[in-house]
Design a protein around this ligand. Structure first.
Ligand code: IFM
Length: 442
């Protein structure tokens, strides 16, 4: 048996990603806690509840777990509704809580990446119309100025907005996230204001911290036509790619926002990215379907022959990840993999998924594409939005009733990768023998 290693460059960041609402718990002041209180919104009536109890201090033990398993970075998000509980109130204790967390990362030798907006909005912002309101970018800029000024000593890498495309499509088209609308005009308004909000935040951060590195975390999905021979399906896959994957980062590069047959100039957004963050999970097949009017005639399925995750949410298609990085490379900026992972309560598929996807990153890095780090989603099982606790993305599992952490084999796999700064053939032999020949052909 051969012995070989796929090495990564020195200084590569290896971490996990989390978001405030999904791990902190004990919040009743944002739109998601209000949403969870409504009947029928979340699968099985689940609520974030105590989540992973990070607000109660369990971030310390989870950061220990991450550091002890050789991770050298962590991506977390700040909860706007805690820091600015009302429009005219700043909660300095909440800011200090995040200061302690960021210090905690440094003390453990980990580099922080901080997200300013990850799906949740303060209730007072929702009352003002949320991101449909043209004043929201200015409010977001004020929030950004406040937190970056307070935390700049501890962080240099900022993600302004996580997955603006998912936030908008799920909330304003597919009715899965609050406010559960099906309204293309509202989609356009929300995305436009998120582009404006990002641009304002980008400039605000650079005013306070000229050497900061600022970007977004884009959810990239690999869309392919269901029937390659059908021009409708081909056109549709291209249309979805352009609108879902490309519209937002294009606007931040060119200052032109084009979405769903409409186009406007937003010159303030031009050249407002220092890096592009990619969140990749899966591939979807697009078919034109006349019965799907509310979904813009789009019928999405997973590739027929793909291996599926345990709740059928993710198809394991590593080549789609390579495609995502190729797409990102087109922007000529440094790239971070800000999320990648799979829901897998029993941790059967995750070790293989993890190795296959990190291998794709290695391929991209070895074409000299500027990939600077990889953040696995996620450190511990956490609250999965409208899917509640039915999906488990953690390297560590979580017993929601007792708060006990359950160490999965994937912790060992990821630890081995982080420690080696690469994928060794022995690891694959040990943790994912079924793909050994694929990764290390003799
Ligand atoms: O949990 C989410 C995260 O909040 C955003 N990206 C996808 C993850 C998995 O569903």
């Amino acid at each position: 048996m051969l012995s070989a290693t796929y090495h990564f460059p020195t200084g590569f960041l290896w971490g996990t990603a989390t978001s405030s609402h999904q791990v902190e718990g004990s919040n009743s002041n944002n739109n998601w806690s209000a949403w969870e209180a409504q009947e029928g919104r979340i699968r099985l009536g689940h609520k974030a509840g105590l989540a992973c109890d990070w607000w109660g201090g369990r971030w310390k033990e989870d950061f220990d777990r991450a550091a002890e398993s050789s991770q050298n970075a962590h991506r977390l998000s700040l909860e706007w509704s805690r820091i600015q509980p009302r429009p005219d109130v700043w909660d300095e204790d909440a800011i200090d809580h995040y200061r302690q967390m960021l210090r905690g990362l440094h003390q453990r030798g980990m580099t922080p990446m901080v997200t300013l907006h990850h799906f949740t909005d303060p209730l007072w912002l929702t009352d003002l119309g949320g991101w449909e309101n043209d004043e929201t970018p200015t409010l977001f800029e004020k929030f950004t100025l406040k937190v970056v000024d307070a935390l700049k000593e501890y962080c240099q890498n900022w993600v302004t907005i996580n997955e603006p495309n998912v936030y908008t499509v799920m909330g304003y088209l597919f009715k899965a996230f609050p406010p559960a609308k099906n309204d293309l005009k509202a989609c356009f308004a929300v995305l436009k204001n998120m582009v404006r909000g990002h641009a304002a935040a980008y400039r605000a951060i650079h005013r306070l911290q000229p050497n900061a590195s600022v970007g977004i975390a884009l959810n990239y999905q690999s869309f392919k036509p269901t029937h390659t021979w059908l021009p409708f399906d081909r056109a549709l896959a291209g249309f979805i790619h352009n609108n879902f994957n490309a519209a937002f980062p294009n606007a931040l590069m060119t200052g032109k926002f084009k979405f769903a047959f409409k186009s406007i100039d937003l010159p303030e957004a031009r050249s407002t990215q220092d890096f592009l963050g990619i969140n990749y999970y899966t591939r979807q097949m697009a078919a034109f379907n006349l019965l799907k009017k509310g979904n813009l005639f789009i019928h999405l399925t997973f590739p027929k022959d793909a291996e599926m995750s345990d709740t059928g949410h993710i198809a394991n298609v590593p080549e789609g990840f390579f495609e995502a990085m190729k797409f990102a490379r087109g922007y000529g900026l440094p790239i971070y993999i800000t999320e990648n992972g799979i829901e897998d309560a029993d941790d059967d598929l995750r070790p293989r998924y993890l190795i296959q996807h990190v291998h794709q990153v290695w391929r991209a890095v070895n074409f000299n594409w500027p990939i600077k780090g990889y953040f696995h989603w996620s450190l511990v099982d956490n609250f999965e939005w409208e899917r509640g606790w039915t999906q488990r993305f953690g390297l560590w599992g979580l017993d929601v009733d007792t708060q006990a952490r359950i160490r999965h084999t994937s912790v060992d796999v990821y630890e081995a990768i982080c420690r080696e700064n690469g994928i060794a053939s022995t690891m694959v032999q040990q943790y994912a023998p079924s793909i050994y020949n694929q990764l290390f052909p003799e």
